[in-house]
Design a protein around this ligand. Structure first.
Ligand SMILES: Cc1cc2nc3c(=O)[nH]c(=O)nc-3n(C[C@H](O)[C@H](O)[C@H](O)COP(=O)(O)OP(=O)(O)OC[C@H]3O[C@@H](n4cnc5c(N)ncnc54)[C@H](O)[C@@H]3O)c2cc1C
Length: 498
């Protein structure tokens, strides 16, 4: 994708957090050697796709995933396991698209392989004093995954969602073509329909993204609220003013330990740090929000503050206990390691069997991220405490960056939402089946005018699903870019898990 256009323009003042001046469009060109290698990789990927047996389901063979729908990993095409007739079909080898192709500091833009992890992407851009406008918290989330699956982070009130700072995508579509999709080009419909399509229209092989300047440190301040209403009012105030109690809000997120103990963490870029905390060692970030009120992190440590303990989800592995933590190697304090352990447990039903043997009630995994309009956020937290009863809950305010709406995910331009993230299990009440709590959440989210991300389990009827996620627009895109139905449909993938 040597001719990708970036609507960024050159930076005159590199103020941290300043949005890219949008007046002039500049071209980001790959260095010739990189371009040649990338073109060869695209051609090879396209051929592998064409060679897959007709009718066989298509999957990406990726080293990592942050989906919470578990299945047997797909062997690589051509591997011994694939030749032996696998339980799952071979996946497409995506390893040629796992690196940053080019960073253009003057244009504040980067061209990035679609399956590049944010860990690699952030490292490549921080070297130039820049970062992507939104960096999801888990190191192995990839750029393509966050765009097709809607990532979010604490810059999302300021910068919207990751797909809103993409200026071009090179996509292998379901029908086997490779196209470049931009906001206004020939494939503008695909560009706008790609977010929330979860790889069911095609795969992003490279993306051009905007970057913003950073400062070396983030100055954090934690504010406590004793009621959901007070917390939502503070979020609305930050959305209106860009600051809280006079403190600039370059970053905002929060942690609810209970209805009367909710923290908002407001971060500001800073050139200086009187001290720096380290939550990759013995200290644990999520506990730190309870105090002291002020903290400093390097920008890199800030970006990965949640990854070390997978928010708080490392707790069941015992690694939050000081003795175990000291023994647990630092290189394994990462979200992808914990996710692999959970995947193993799920595949082999270890915890379920243990619970059953001990006579405990079966538990339901309630692992979701939902977005609720800020003026209904307090209602959601009260519902969640009463009917699901899991804590902590992560809060992350967001607002679309521009007036553009994105057809497959129903967020209204201009409206402030709060993303609530909850990841754990709760006991099922007697007589209730798996899906009971998840269904309650889906119903409440709809009642409050919100929406739910699709990276985990979903229980919608087909009718409700398409009413929520714009069935007619999806059907048009599917016909245009995967007319032969080579890739799974969105409902099949996200609800039926096929
Ligand atoms: C516990 C938990 C917490 C989470 N917290 C956050 C959070 O705080 N912030 C956040 O942003 N997100 C969060 N997520 C969600 C995460 O961003 C999404 O699951 C995202 O889609 C994962 O991207 P991935 O790169 O790991 O992709 P994968 O998990 O590998 O794939 C996700 C889907 O995207 C498709 N896909 C992957 N790459 C491409 C591509 N290049 N082109 C087209 N389709 C592709 C795959 O086919 C698949 O359907 C969380 C998920 C979990 C499980």
């Amino acid at each position: 994708m040597t001719d990708a256009t970036v609507d960024g323009g050159h930076s005159e003042a590199a103020e941290p957090g300043a949005t890219a001046p949008g007046a002039t469009a500049s071209q980001v060109r790959l260095p010739p050697v990189v371009a040649a290698e990338h073109h060869a990789a695209v051609a090879a990927f396209r051929e592998s796709y064409a060679d897959l047996p007709a009718g066989a389901p298509v999957r990406l063979a990726k080293r990592t995933s942050n989906l919470f729908r578990f299945r047997e990993p797909a062997p690589r095409a051509g591997s011994r396991r694939a030749a032996q007739g696998p339980a799952t079909p071979p996946g497409l080898d995506a390893s040629a698209f796992t690196s940053v192709l080019h960073v253009d500091p003057a244009a504040r833009a980067a061209v990035v392989g679609g399956m590049t992890t944010y860990e690699d992407l952030a490292d490549a851009t921080l070297r130039h004093g820049l970062m992507p406008l939104v960096v999801p918290q888990l190191k192995t989330i990839t750029l393509g995954g966050a765009v097709t699956g809607l990532g979010i982070e604490s810059t999302s009130l300021r910068n919207g969602l990751p797909h809103e700072s993409v200026t071009a995508m090179e996509i292998l579509t379901g029908d086997g073509s490779v196209v470049t999709a931009t906001a206004e080009g020939e494939h503008a419909d695909l560009f706008h329909g790609f977010p929330n399509s979860y790889g069911t229209l095609g795969y992003a092989l490279s993306l051009t993204i905007e970057l913003e300047p950073v400062a070396p440190f983030v100055h954090l301040r934690h504010f406590r609220y004793n009621s959901p209403q007070d917390c939502m009012a503070a979020i609305a105030q930050i959305a209106a003013e860009g600051s809280l109690h006079g403190y600039r809000a370059d970053f905002v997120d929060g942690t609810a330990f209970g209805l009367d103990e909710i923290y908002l963490t407001v971060g500001a870029f800073s050139d200086v740090a009187p001290w720096r905390s380290d939550y990759t060692g013995q200290q644990i970030y999520y506990r730190s929000v309870r105090g002291p009120r002020e903290d400093f992190l390097t920008i890199r440590d800030y970006l990965w503050r949640w990854d070390t303990d997978w928010f708080w989800c490392s707790r069941p592995f015992g690694v939050q206990q000081p003795v175990v933590r000291r023994l647990w190697p630092r290189r394994y304090r990462r979200s992808d390691v914990y996710r692999s352990l959970v995947a193993f447990d799920r595949r082999h039903h270890l915890s379920d069997t243990l619970d059953a043997n001990r006579g405990r009630p079966p538990r339901e995994a309630v692992i979701q991220d939902v977005e609720i309009p800020v003026d209904r956020g307090a209602e959601f937290l009260r519902f969640f405490a009463a009917d699901v009863g899991m804590s902590p809950v992560w809060l992350c305010p967001l607002r679309l960056r521009s007036d553009t709406s994105w057809p497959l995910y129903p967020l209204r331009p201009g409206e402030v939402y709060v993303n609530f993230g909850f990841w754990g299990t709760v006991p099922l009440p007697p007589g209730r089946r798996d899906g009971y709590h998840n269904r309650l959440v889906e119903t409440e989210v709809a009642a409050l005018g919100g929406s739910k991300g699709l990276y985990s389990t979903s229980f919608y009827s087909e009718e409700d699903f398409w009413a929520t996620y714009n069935g007619p627009a999806y059907a048009r895109l599917k016909r245009a870019y995967d007319g032969g139905g080579r890739l799974s449909g969105l409902y099949e993938k996200c609800v039926r898990g096929s």
